[in-house]
Ligand binder design. Sequence first.
Ligand SMILES: [Zn+2]
Ligand SMILES: [Zn+2]
Length: 414
Amino acid sequence: MTLLEDAQAIQADLVQLRRTLHREPEIGSNLPLTQAKVLAALDGLPLEITTGTALTSVTAVLRGGQPGPAVLLRSDMDALPVAELSGESFASQIDGAMHACGHDLHMAILVGVARMLSARRDELPGSIVFMFQPAEEGPGGAEPMIDEGVLDAAGTRAIAAYGLHVSSAHNPGGVFSGRRGSLMSASDTVAVTVLGQGGHGSRPHRAKDPIPAACEMVTALSTRVTRSHDIFDPVVITVGSFHAGTAANVIPASAHFDATVRSFSPDARAKVHQSIAEVLTGIAHAHGLEVQIDRRDGYPVTVNDDTEAEFVAATITDLSGAERYRWMDHPESGSEDFSFVLAAVPGSFVFLGACPQELDPATAPVNHAPQARFDDGVLADGAALLAELAVRRLARAATADALPAPREGEAAIV
Ligand SMILES: [Zn+2]
Ligand SMILES: [Zn+2]
């Protein structure tokens, strides 16, 4: 039997698990009910399981029957503070919480992969690390799991990492999409306080008015973005909150604004923060003021390794046909903390369309919407892909090891 046939054989079980998870969503880093369901679903498999200390994560290692490196597969676990309006028979029973981003499907898929590969354990030339991660929607679970050693859970650093994300719209059901290089944006926040000196509104020369300078900063940031940044490596700065003063005739001592900063490459991210610092300090000093810039980094840019992205595309085409894979023209403007894993280990993240067949992907409610619905008919496809990626990646490593090492003076066999 192929892995795809294995996955199809357990499809009904995966649907049941996904719906059980969907009924009891939990938010953030502490997901005891979800963790218990994942552990119960993995029970009896030949896995080395550890749970997190900082958060309710689950790390499971499957050691293959033959020696070899480790490959990491990841699922997030958390839901969102959304009151569900999907109308599904298995809708959330927890007030104000919903699996509106499809992480319930991701968990069911990864459990399916663990079952399928456990049954083929003897054939595996290496180990698989299954990473079940809370807090993707915030405050972030990948970084604490890395700190607790998930990348080295098999005893050696994973040589590759893969993950997938379902979408309730955009792609037709069962159609994957991906990209070489940048896949999703970095999302940072900057909190700015302009410090002046308060005074009487009729005598501005006796004060240091922070309001005109802060206004100038807001418009100058937009100008700077258009003048210093490549339009084909875009950045976005939006000032979404601006506060100063209490009365028409009082010059306040300070003004405050907050901006969200999005970027689509590590270079652009570094450069835009440099631009912000230059513009804000330059304007402050031009007016004899001081400025405090509090940069709060969110998730970095999600960057796929080119070779691994091509490997994922080729594997999907091989498994299901070329019509089931689309190369994306542009990165997605959302952010994802699998980016921390991909910054440490070469790998690839891929999207899987889970739009219900009766809806139009162009108009279906998107991820995070209270009406979002995900077709769990795609679970077997997702599980087959991740299982196939792990098996083929280990096989590729074994083949590379089997090649004779070049002797001195000889060209390497490639
Ligand atoms: Zn989400
Ligand atoms: Zn998500």
